[in-house]
Design a protein around this ligand. Structure first.
Ligand code: ZN
Length: 263
């Protein structure tokens, strides 16, 4: 725990009012240790509740965003996704892996194991191991329960925030606007939050661990992120994936260091 509300405007009364409101807290687990990371987390929402909320957002996204009409690409994504998930042990979730027909170089995951890859990313990643690097990162967010943690922290900051907005926030970047509009939440975009730097670095570490367990070459993660940085420089503007996942020297060094412990 130890995460104080960020906003001085949030009074204890608001939090208490929310607590009294029950609802989300009905099955809350409070502060607990995560088995993937070993960290203690503040969790005010259960996995089941979060999965229900994200299932709704996921279904609307699939209905309103063009899905890539390429059976080979979909099958490949599923094969890689399943291999990474099997390695994670989080096989109890109802995982789905869908490639969307969108040129952005991006990917995201919703709680409950709903993974979306954009065509742009599949075209940029060279081999299966590079796709697995992104897949591992996204699965890492799930096993580390980052969405539940972020949701819970936000609950303490702003009791009125819309659940789906927070769920969609981390990985979507600019696409979050489209997603929010598609979901009829245009006015809520202002409260969309990115994952914290800490969450991104943790997802990197967990992702590399999962790659190794799934018998993908962990160094492919460095290859992929380096390629992303180069593409970004060539384009003269940051790629969307990099704005939500800044690939600076610090991050790459941390990746290299962690990979060295695995080899
Ligand atoms: Zn991430």
């Amino acid at each position: 725990l130890g995460m104080a509300p960020n906003s001085p405007l949030v009074g204890r009364r608001n939090v208490l009012a929310w607590l009294a409101g029950g609802g989300l807290l009905a099955a809350a687990s409070g502060c607990s240790q995560n088995s993937a990371t070993g960290r203690n987390q503040l969790l005010l929402v259960s996995d089941t509740q979060l999965a229900e909320m994200s299932a709704q957002a996921w279904n609307e996204l699939k209905a309103k965003t063009p899905i890539l009409q390429d059976k080979g690409a979909q099958a490949r994504l599923e094969r890689i996704g399943q291999r990474v998930v099997d390695a994670s042990g989080a096989t109890g979730l109802n995982w789905e892996f869908v490639a969307f027909d969108n040129p952005e170089i991006n990917a995201f995951v919703l709680p409950g194991g709903k993974v979306g890859f954009f065509r742009g990313l599949l075209e940029t990643a060279g081999d299966d191991a590079e796709v697995a690097a992104v897949m591992g990162h996204e699965a890492g967010h799930v096993t580390a329960r980052h969405a539940a943690e972020r949701f819970s922290q936000q609950m303490l900051v702003n009791v009125g925030v819309t659940a789906a907005t927070v769920l969609l926030a981390g990985e979507l970047g600019q696409f979050a606007d489209e997603a929010a509009a598609a979901l009829g939440m245009g006015v809520m975009v202002g409260v969309i939050l990115p994952y914290s730097r800490e969450h991104e670095l943790e997802a990197d570490r967990l992702g590399v661990d999962l790659m190794a367990k799934a018998a993908y070459e962990p160094r492919a993660a460095v290859r992929f992120w380096t390629k992303m940085m180069e593409a970004s420089v060539a384009r003269g503007q940051p790629l969307e994936l990099l704005s939500t996942h800044p690939s600076d020297g610090t991050r790459m060094t941390a990746l290299e260091k962690h990979i060295a412990t695995l080899l």
